[in-house]
Design a protein around this ligand. Sequence first.
Ligand code: GDP
Ligand code: MG
Length: 436
Amino acid sequence: LSDKLDKALHVLKGHGSITEVNVAETLKEVRRALLDADVNFKTAKEFTNTVKEKALGQNVLTTLQPGQLMVKLVKDELTELMGGETAGINLSGTPTVILMSGLQGSGKTTFSGKLANYLKTKKTKKPLLVACDIYRPAAINQLHVVGDQIGVEVYSEPENKNPVQIAQNAIAHAKQNGFNVVIVDTAGRLAIDEAMMTEIANVHKAINPHETLFVVDAMTGQDAVNTAKTFNERLNFDGVVLTKLDGDTRGGAAISIKSVVDKPIKFIGTGEKMDAIDVFHPARMADRILGMGDVVSLVERAQEQFDEEEARKLQKKIAKNQFGFDDFLSQIQQVKKMGSMKDLVGMIPGAGKALKDVDIDDDAFKGIEAIIHSMTPTERTQPSVINGSRKKRIAKGSGTSVQQVNQLLKQFDQMSKMMKMMQSGGGRKMMQAMGK
Ligand code: GDP
Ligand code: MG
């Protein structure tokens, strides 16, 4: 999608002003790109019409680059299409009851765990997970494994074949034992069938959840939209969870689902691990779809991984001029913890496209690490002692060249200077500066 949009928006760059002709040309491309990303025809057409009207009404803004203005219009309109604002979840009620719905394999069980973990850590809640998938014993086990992993209790009744009863019993259990959020994981089928719909509708009616979430695999495209529609007709759900937005998925499903069922997308799943959950931000998703890179997410992720304690220690060292290669090594390890390099690079505007075909991996750091490992402790803390013969020895020991050693020393020197400049702000500020 983003390649096509890039091409479409490129048409406008270099033109002095937005004319009716080049707007129409561009929007035709935009529409084609949206259709390719599984946005349904009606939505795509309405979208381009709205942008067209707005673009032609903006004569006043001729001082701006027309290309930029167009990007802004398309982006704003996409944001609007996906709901504009971030929608939170309703956490009222003691306990808050949250029901998961969706097809088998959409990611309900995984997301139930992610949400429990998220509420536990971010909102200091005490969640209870409930296994209402009564058809496969393995499903109950799966939820127990998830619960163990994140330290959240799982309520199950392996002998009971009545999901309505299990859910009700679980809520009673939660009330008696001080749980303030109950997350009910349910069974799904590979395709919509009446038995499944009746079952989830019955559970829904019996427990009257504060929040009913529809979980859907973002990679299923137009099918996701049809499933969303059917579930919404039966459950009138409160929000959507888009899973499997990791990898190459550009998020076209987000546009279609929101416009067809008119319910907010509340969370996204970006991986199989328990911390791969994000609150859905329409503006960021618009950026992502447009290939501008999700800079805000990048910075947030960096901040999360950047250990505050480490930052404080580091700050002291920088202030005292004691920052050495060992610290540099641990910085590299911090960066590696932030996720795979490819992921991170993909979030940087421009870089995502430029480096799409280049295979980047964590090996990028290997040479640097090898060089540092070949240094003596003294060399690491006082790089100034590294003279010509030491350089030769280090290069030999690390399987690199003197030139590479020199390059690293130079980079290190620049980095130390930069860090000294930023010392007053501490780790967080440093990462923010990196993000910008
Ligand atoms: P359920 O049948 O709806 O309960 O789906 P599961 O939670 O069992 O998930 C089905 C499969 O999708 C599992 O292999 C999960 O690990 C995987 N999965 C779930 N969410 C995500 C996600 O956000 N990203 C990726 N890559 N995989 C996911
Ligand atoms: Mg499941």
